[in-house]
Structure formats: C-alpha cells, structure tokens
Design a protein around this ligand. Sequence first.
Ligand code: SF4
Length: 613
Amino acid sequence: MGNGYWQIVLRVNLTTGEISKEKVAESIWKKYLGGSGYGAKVLYDEVGPDVAPYDAENRLIFAAGPLQAAKQTGAAKFTVISKSPVTGIFGESAAGGTWGASFKAAGYDALIVQGKAAKPVYLQINDDDVEICDASKYWGSDAYDAADGILGDCGLEKASICTIGQAGENKVAIACIVVDKHSFAGRCGLGAVMGAKNLKAVVARGSKATPVYDAEKLKGLNKDINKSIHDNTKDWLRLHGTPFVEIGCDQAGDTPTKNWQLGGWPEGAEKLGVPAYTDTLEAKPHACSSCVVGCHRDITVAEPQEYAMKGPGPEYESLGMLGNNCLMDDVKALSKMNDLCNRYGVDSISMGSFLGFTMDLLEKGIIKPEDIGGVDLKWGDKENMIRLIHELGMKKPGFGELFADGIVPAAKKFGPEAEELAPHVKGLDLPAHDPRAFFALAVNYATGSVGPHHERGNPQVASGGFLLPEAGVSEEVDRFKMEDSEYVAAKYQDYGTLTQAICHCKFMFFGGYSLTNMLETMNALTGWDWSMEEMLRTAERIFTLQRMVNVKYGIDRKDDKLPAAMFKASEDGGRAGKAPHDFEEALDRYYDLRGWDNTGIPTHATVSSLGIE
Ligand code: SF4
C-alpha cells in the first residue's frame, strides 16, 4: 500500500547541470503536506535573507500534493513557490491545467530548481528521464508560441508544459507562469524568477499511478463528491465561469472601481458580466484535468480585427481589474488585453492595478503624460491600455521600465501623494475584492503569507453561506462586523492553506466540498487516520511556517497594514458608509489567536507546540 506520495523530490541545478532525486521522509510530508507547505519548508531551510529573488541561489519550487494521486475533481492544481520579486518575501501561486497531474505521474512530489543556466534552457521531465535542453531559439517568443514549439520539439504524447513569455525573460516583476496555454500561476512574479534562471519552460509527462492507501474507499468518495460538486455548480460556475460573479460583486461594493475610489459601477458591470460575457464572447467551459466543473472559459472574438483572439477568456479577477478598476467596459477589448497579458506572461490583476493607478495619478495631476513616455491615459482608454500592456510586457522605456519592479518602486518615484494612492500590501497589488465590503478581508489581506490574495483565504464567502462548521464558522457572517473578523480571517486562511498544500482547487468549496470531505479523502489517500483536529493543526503549522519564512525576511507588525483608502467609506454602492475600523485591535486579537507576539512574530511556545523544527 502507498500513501499518496512518491516521497521523491527532483532537484535541478541549472548552474552545474546536476540533476538529482532525493528521498524525503513521510514524516516531512505529514507535517507540511506538499504544495505551498513543502515549498515553505524549502525556502525556510535553503533561502536566507541575503538571497535576492533574482539571485541564482533563490529556489523555484514546483510542488504537487497528495490530491493528484486521488484523481478527484479539483485535484488538478500544483503550486509554484519562490522568494517573490514583487514583495521580497514568501511567494506562491497555484495553477491548474494538466501539468500537476502529469508531473506527479512522472514519479515526483516536487521539483526544486536552483542556479542559473548559462543560456536559455527548458527542462524536460519524461518519467525517470530528466534533461536540460537548449531553448535559445524560443527566447523572445511569447508563452503560447514557446509552448507550441517546445512541445513539438519534444514529441512527447500527452506532455504538459509551463512556459514564460517575454515579460519573464525581461524580469518584469509581475511576470507569471503559463500552463498549457490556459492556466496561470499568476501572482507574486514567479515567471520573472524563471526568467532570471534562463529557464523558458518545464515539460512534464508521466505514466505512473501514485500508490494510495485505500483505493476502494477513494473510489467511493470520488463518485459521491464528483456528483454533488457537478450538481451544485452546473447552473452557474460551469455554465458561466467566474464572470458569473461580476454583477453580484459590483452590487456588494466588492469590485475595485476607479482605482478603488467608487463603491460600484452597475452600468459597466452589466456590460462585462453575465449574460453579456457569455453571449458576446461565445464562451464555452474549459476544464483542468479530472474536473467536473470546468470553470475556465474558451472564447472567440472574431471582430473588430484589432481585438480578434481565440483562447482562454478573462476570469472575474481580470474583469474587475482591467474593467471596473479602469472604468473600461468593452468586453471584447478586455479579452484582447487579457490575451496579451497571457502571451507576454504578466499577471492581469497587477496589470489592471498599474493601469488604474496610473489613470488616477494623471487625473489628479500627480504625474504628467511625459512621466510615462508621453501617453495621456484616461479612464476607460482601451487603445492606450493595450499600448501600455505591450510596453510592460517588453519592458520598454517609459511605462514599461517604470513599473518593471512593481507598484511600490513606481509610486516612490512620484512621491508621498502617489505612494498613498498605490493599492498594495507588502508590494503585492490588491486583487479584485474590497475589504470595505467584507471586513474580515482586511485582516486577511494584512496578514496573508504572500500579501493580499483572493485565494489564500477568502473570508468574504462566509457572508454568502459558504461556511466552515468543522472549524467553528457555522453561521453566516455579518460582512460589516470587525468583532470576530480575526477569527473568520484565520479560519479561512487555514482552509486556503490546506487547499494550497494538498493541491486541490478552492472552487470545490463552492460546490459543497467540506473539510469533512477533505479529511476523508486525505485518510483514504494516506492511511494517516487523522482527526479533524490534527488536519486543522497541520494547516496552522504550515501557515505559521510561512510566517516564519517572512519573519526571516524582515516582516513583522509594521508590514501588516492596508492602504489608507481601505479605511475610507464611499458614498455610493453596496457598501456606502462602511469601512473597517478598530483595525489594530483586530490585529492584536488575530496575533493572540495565532500564538504570535504583539509584534506579529510566532512565539517559541507556538513554534514548539506546532512541532516546527
Ligand atoms: S473548478 Fe476551474 S480551476 Fe478548479 S479544477 Fe475545475 S476547471 Fe480548474
């Protein structure tokens, strides 16, 4: 009998060309699970505070989890982890597609890349055969063309590929990793770390089935879980994808609007959301491996010619950031912008943040068009938005160079007024959910391991009936309540930590996937016979380890803060007159709950009781 793990980590040193396979004991997997849990352990052990994100000594970890062995719906994810060039701290981003399952089937739980190749290379993993191959002819290609070319050269049937575009090559800090031309490890600039290592792509193909503890039990669980998730999501998430929530989020005052200044934009949301999105873009579902939901969209824009494209459609986050946040309501133009972000390989969330921020600075007279290369960018100015996406992707002088290292260095160049308007925490741009619409999100954004993230804890859903009764959140939460916001934030962070570590899709939660489902699946996979308490304790251990990584990199309470705008209520929209308050008190309670001292550092007693070495 197996336990859902190979207990093998592949390590590739691009400087020396050395490739090794390391045995990692079951006790480590039991403590840190995989995905971002295992990645945090590698960063803590191997990447010190003196290593900069683009240094050869930084590690880039591609980690699968036990769930890939389950072949359960949602078990398509894998996580990429590194010291982030956007924040300088723990960075991670999950992606779907088929890469995680292919990599796991090749016989590994994680891949650690270190060093820097002397010339552009790609890594080819074909079961036991692992090779470093020349990628010189693809350097300069976009992420899609590189994927087609490299897969063609490999000639491996059913192989999957992670690529970077020109943005990663140019070390644009918000560069992402593109998976199978359809899924994205979007946040934290991990594509730029790939670029700094001269690593254009990682191909994976596997033919092995990971042994599991109780295959029969797992089969029964999968059957029930897959059916209920399919039934619970088919009329919304499968039918329309994440754009389904665009109008509801706008009504709740949750979607950033005009660089986070307005409380809603109903006329714009109607043009971007469902059914306009589905009808205009001829949107069809697209699924990651083993998934019965298929939340991604395949879209087609045939005309006008300047926006023509075919491929993955924008998710809600891209609609919110490139649309509402920039007052840009043309869903075809937005699809083109999203397609360009995908091909250059840049995070469309941060791209929308940069553009909305720049529009705001120009309107307020804080900067002039000459400061960004002579472009007079207005709200909703789609032609110039497209132009600036090209410029950032290629890191061209002007806007491209200005924002190449992220929003904080850009804002600093324009002084305190600009810095005050920059919507970020720890250097990472806020995603498309507003803490003024859900106060627990304020605590979550301020304390999240990577900075503000829409997936590493999404406590806002507790106000919509998506609860965690096994973790003590059994009643719908008042979204405008600071009292208990720390508790709700912590519990949803722990849930997010588990999904990122076992490498499961968080959207399964919206189909009714409970902590009990997760526990039963984990026990069938591993034979660990965990109690719910043990599983939740493991989440706390991993989250605390991630905090310890950040503490090692200089993070403490001074960094757990939000942009000033998040404490200013708007006059209009679904959150009119509301804003988080008594935030420092909530932070005190949060630290207490986590067992951290009042400077935000985990105490020795906490570290020891969680069994972190
Ligand atoms: S719900 Fe969406 S993101 Fe999650 S596994 Fe399915 S297709 Fe992929």
